[in-house]
Design a protein. Structure first.
Length: 277
């Protein structure tokens, strides 16, 4: 790595702060960042901050979440304006800073790299959550299949109806085949492999609750058990709607089979590298 880039990285990391909250968050003081980026006066740096705020708005991000006004401090004169900045805010300031300053160009490179790394980490974390939720849903599906089979749902058409009624109730009357068509999911594939994390958790909750209630209420037969899963699906839908989530409007996520395939290839590469050591 270039020495100048290494130096700006060290300078930026040295002024980084971490909150004392349970979910510790990294942040920077604007006053600290100002000097690292080569600014000698707050007035000029404040102009870059305002441009960065505007860029934040244009990207549909909350300015308040990334540029939090800090309590003004005074050392005898006027109170000094300051901000608590997220990494993304620092990146935007660098992007909107004075391009004639060498520190700005270096900071742009640094924050662009770090932002991309953070995006990849967040993407992988979300994939992990989806994979875990999908595995849990599969486990619950197997459990309830066994439960309803023992209590009277034995014909394939009856079990298909049980599952379809569950989906229709959860998605406000939209059928599984309609969802597949809208989301461009192959007919023979499971919806769950393309579900968002929240959909996977919602389906798992409905089926787990239904399995519990079937046993607790000693429900028997196709009608009683299908009525129970519909009731629980509708209740869960209302919870989602109350939180601003309309499941039928969610978009399909990446196929989890492709995610698993990619993970296996990555693991194989790592294993091969370890063999060569």
């Amino acid at each position: 790595m270039d020495k100048a880039l290494t130096q700006i990285q060290q300078d930026l990391e040295s002024i980084k702060r971490v909150s004392n909250e349970e979910n510790s968050m990294e942040f920077w003081h604007a006053r600290d960042l100002m000097s690292v980026l080569g600014y000698s006066t707050w007035r000029q740096f404040a102009e870059a901050i305002e441009r960065a705020k505007e860029a934040c708005k244009i990207s549909n991000q909350s300015v308040e979440n990334h540029f939090l006004p800090a309590p003004a401090k005074s050392s005898g004169g006027r109170p000094k304006e300051d901000y608590f900045l997220t990494r993304y805010a620092c990146y935007l300031i660098a992007q909107n800073g004075d391009p004639r300053k060498p520190q700005i160009a270096l900071a742009q490179t640094y924050f662009a790299t770090q932002t991309r790394k953070q995006e990849l980490l967040e993407k992988r974390d979300y994939e992990d959550k989806r994979l875990e939720a999908r595995a849990k849903l599969k486990e619950t599906e197997n459990k309830i299949e066994s439960t309803v089979y023992q209590r009277g749902i034995r014909l394939p058409v009856e079990f298909a109806t049980f599952k379809n009624k569950h989906i229709e109730a959860l998605y406000g009357g939209v059928t599984a085949s309609q969802l597949k068509r809208v989301r461009k999911i192959p007919t023979g594939r499971s919806l769950a492999d393309f579900d968002t994390h929240v959909e996977l958790k919602a389906k798992d909750f409905v089926l787990a609750m239904t399995d519990h209630n079937i046993k607790q209420k000693n429900l028997q037969g196709h009608y009683q058990m299908t009525e129970e899963v519909v009731k629980n699906s509708k209740a869960t839908r209302q919870t989602l709607l109350s939180r601003g989530i309309r499941p039928e409007n969610l978009k399909a996520e990446e196929d989890l089979k492709l995610v698993l395939s990619r993970r296996k290839k990555e693991l194989k590469v790592v294993q091969n590298k370890n063999k060569l050591k």
